[in-house]
Write a protein that binds this ligand. Structure first.
Ligand code: UDP
Length: 337
């Protein structure tokens, strides 16, 4: 299939990763429709596409019956990238019932739609399926350690159920599927009030406000720049044959939250002080992807190093501040121990 003949549906396309994915798909010649309920996505992320004839936007919630407008007459979607779901702990915990149903009902709706259209389907799952992992780094074969009744469960268990549904559709030969397990990702177009660590501390540093470190800062994460993530998602969607199993996408470069803060302080020359806040409930102590499978199957690995990625991210947030966008918004918090 040539790129020009690709017709992609991107759910959650007004979000941080989704909007970058749409830019790449359009740049490669595809036609793209975005469905987003604008719960955490922002129309501003797509504003530059206003006059693009190969792009259309539909405001809708994937939990609901999908809009009739998606049936394109004789034309069929060839690819469904299913990204729709709040992904930051404070946002996905704000309405846990909605988060769980987005993962389960939303994914079923999109799988059925992909089946009807004859489209290939990619689910964006998450490293959260590993919970607070006992195995480090995390390979896809690790089955995880998730607290199914905790405040993160609406997302963790929701995504695990979404993976289950996706592979059930694949086993029944109803849909050709791919599943990406996305690890922490950062870059321009994150929301200032996203609530995750990179956006929080970059915004705090730029405003010379106190930097909030949850717990003692010794917990680790591994941060992937958004362009690398989009490249991985597209390679996975285009992979032949289907991997038949989830694929981790993330940057194996692991560091502590305190190390990340030091880097951001040095980068921004900020006068911010560091303040410690209670560690959120079930906060994973460490996380690092084993990306052997992505390397083998997709020939993929991240290219953008943390310094370059943080510089680009800080520059973008600084520009947002000058433009007077949502930066002053109060940062959301999650339940703490
Ligand atoms: N974190 C922090 N300060 C903040 C936001 C988050 O210290 O302002 C910590 C959080 O407790 C976690 C890590 O940074 O240990 C990454 O959190 P984030 O919410 O970005 O993503 P997660 O990987 O937990 O989903």
């Amino acid at each position: 299939m040539t790129t020009q003949s690709k017709i992609a549906l991107v759910t959650g396309g007004a979000g941080f990763i989704g909007s970058h994915l749409i830019d790449r798909l359009l740049a490669e010649g595809a036609r793209v429709t975005c469905v987003d309920n604008l719960q955490t996505g922002r129309a501003a992320n797509l504003a530059h596409l206003g006059s693009e004839p190969r792009f259309s936007f539909i405001e809708a919630d994937v939990i609901d019956r999908l809009p009739a407008k998606l049936r394109l007459g004789k034309t069929r979607f060839t690819h469904v990238y299913h990204l729709a779901c709040a992904a930051s702990p404070p946002h996905y915990q704000a309405d846990p019932e909605h988060t769980m149903l987005t993962c389960v009902l939303g994914t079923r709706n999109l799988l059925r739609f992909a089946e009807e259209q004859g489209a290939r389907f990619l689910l964006t799952s998450t490293s959260e399926v590993y919970g607070d992992p006992e195995v480090h780094p995390q390979p896809e074969t690790y089955r995880g350690w998730v607290n199914c009744t905790g405040p993160r469960a609406c997302y963790d268990e929701g995504k695990r159920a979404a993976e289950t549904l996706t592979f059930d559709f694949a086993r029944a030969k109803r849909v050709d599927v791919r599943v990406a397990r996305i690890f922490n990702t950062y870059g321009p177009r994150m929301r200032a009030d996203d609530g995750r660590v990179v956006s929080n501390i970059v915004c705090q540093a730029l405003g010379d406000e106190d930097i909030t470190v949850y717990g003692d800062g010794s917990q680790t994460r591994s941060f992937c720049y958004v362009s690398d993530m989009v490249d991985g998602l597209m390679r996975l969607m285009n992979s032949e044959p289907a991997p038949g199993a989830p694929v981790n996408l993330g940057n194996p470069n692991e560091l502590t939250v305190s190390d990340l803060v030091d880097r951001v302080l040095a980068l921004t020359g900020s006068r911010s002080a560091v303040v410690h806040r209670p560690l959120p409930i079930d906060d994973p102590r460490r996380r690092r992807p084993d990306i052997s499978r992505a390397r083998d199957i997709l020939g993929w690995e991240p290219r953008v190093d943390l310094q370059a990625g943080l510089e680009a991210t800080a520059a973008w947030f600084a520009q947002e501040r000058r433009a007077g966008s949502t930066l002053g918004a109060e940062l959301l918090t999650v339940a703490a121990e």
